[in-house]
Design a protein around this ligand. Structure first.
Ligand code: NI
Length: 180
């Protein structure tokens, strides 16, 4: 199975809101498997279909570093049904090169989604997993974590990125925080 190409900011595809999936068939599951392989290879702990140029509401997520693959979640039409508390987390993203920033998110969320087995499930998440769910669902809504930081920080990143792209290189530093 070929790895999918991850779109990078400022690719316009990242701003496209995704559409709900109304038919869960084998091709959806196969695509989720390709997304998971792409996520692990990157490496990252979450990936939304939006990031690979697909406009379906699909997300893969695995925040368990100890046993990769064991707790892989392949989710269809995920949504936040409850959110509480507040947490500040240093986020990075597979679609935003060479940049991390602290983002405020709900500390605890309840997610409802469909599985490839056509079951509707609910997942309660805290900490990194809660952050990752919110980050991925943002992707499905055409939003990046840099849309949630101050305008001045975003502008500084934009300039730095423009300079890096002009020079044809990134600074080679990989973010130390996990990318979602
Ligand atoms: Ni991301």
């Amino acid at each position: 199975m070929a790895l999918l190409q991850i779109r990078k900011y400022p690719d316009a595809a990242l701003k496209q809101p995704a559409k709900p999936v109304d038919n869960i068939d084998g091709s959806v599951n196969a695509f989720l498997d390709s997304m998971a392989q792409t996520m692990y290879a990157a490496p990252g702990v979450g990936l939304a279909a939006t990031q690979v140029g697909d406009n379906r509401r699909l997300v893969v997520l695995d925040t368990d570093h100890e046993q990769p693959g064991k707790h892989l979640l392949k989710l269809i039409n995920p949504q936040i049904v409850e959110a509480e508390g507040s947490i500040l987390w240093e986020e990075g993203c597979l679609s935003v090169i060479d940049f991390t920033a602290e983002v405020r998110r709900a500390a605890k969320v309840l997610i409802r989604a469909w599985t490839p087995e056509q079951k509707e499930i609910e997942i309660e998440a805290t900490d990194l997993q809660a952050v990752a769910f919110q980050h991925e669902i943002d992707h499905l809504d055409g939003k990046l974590f840099i849309d949630r930081i101050s305008r001045i920080k975003r502008e500084l990143y934009r300039r730095k990125l423009a300079k890096m792209l002009k020079e044809g290189k990134s600074n080679g530093q990989r973010p130390t925080s996990v990318r979602i």
